[in-house]
Design a binder for this molecule. Structure first.
Ligand code: SAM
Length: 215
């Protein structure tokens, strides 16, 4: 993603109530923030938030947390979020997913969405890909036993890599497709910003769902 520095974005985020600022202090206490026991679904690398905002609108009985590394991107999601103050099931965190196990406790998360994650094309950066065995190992520490990781991308190289990483990490592929929009899995699909852009260019969208064997 090309990043433009948005002036004042750090200050805007620091003052915003939809952003959780003491995220490590919330570990094991996220249900208290939402004041209910509904499942918690997170999106890592949510960008400008189109996908998670629509999920939160459609599913008021699920709690959503959007995670984004860059302030200049997160402020765009906040602009949308502020237009819907009646929504009580969506918060954001500005953080690098590398530290996600400092923020969520064992079994605290019920679903993880990864949408159009950065491909990190160089081999020496493979560990940084959000579907690497490294990251799947982190997700293993916070995802509930029945939990799912759902990953969409336009990038076939990253997708093929991910299809290999899932079994290598000891996870199981529930299903996958190289052309989501023309597949049986498209019903109810919510498009992300990148998905809208790439599918308009005729690029097929890949998607996989992964889970772990019960221990
Ligand atoms: N998910 C959005 C979509 O599909 O339109 C945005 C896709 S964009 C290519 C990837 C986003 O993930 C960027 O906003 C980037 O800053 C964020 N990101 C990448 N690595 C991350 C990490 N380790 N932790 C949190 N966010 C990350």
């Amino acid at each position: 993603m090309r990043l433009r520095n948005v002036k004042g974005s750090r200050e805007t985020i620091a003052a915003n109530d939809y952003v959780v600022h003491n995220e490590t202090g919330m570990k094991g206490h996220w249900h208290e923030l939402f004041d209910n026991d509904n499942p918690i679904h997170i999106e890592i690398g949510m960008g400008k938030g189109q996908f998670i905002m629509e999920l939160a609108r459609r599913n008021p009985d699920i709690n959503y947390i959007g995670i984004e590394k860059y302030s200049s991107v997160l402020v765009r999601a906040l602009e949308k979020r502020e237009l819907e103050p009646e929504m009580t099931n969506l918060y954001f965190i500005r953080m690098d997913a590398e530290y996600i196990t400092d923020v969520f406790d064992t079994n605290e998360v019920d679903r993880i969405y990864l949408n159009f994650s950065d491909p990190w094309p160089k081999d020496r950066h493979a560990k940084r890909r959000l579907t690497s065995t490294h990251f799947l190992g982190l997700y293993d520490q916070l995802l509930a036993p029945e939990g799912r990781v759902i990953f969409k991308t336009d990038n076939r190289g990253l997708f093929d890599f991910s299809l290999e990483q899932v079994p290598e990490a000891g996870w199981i592929l529930e299903n996958y497709t190289y052309d989501l929009h023309n597949s049986e899995y498209n019903e109810g699909n919510i498009m992300t910003e990148y998905e809208t852009k790439f599918s308009a260019m005729g690029t097929p969208i890949n998607r996989l769902v992964a889970y772990r064997e019960k221990k």
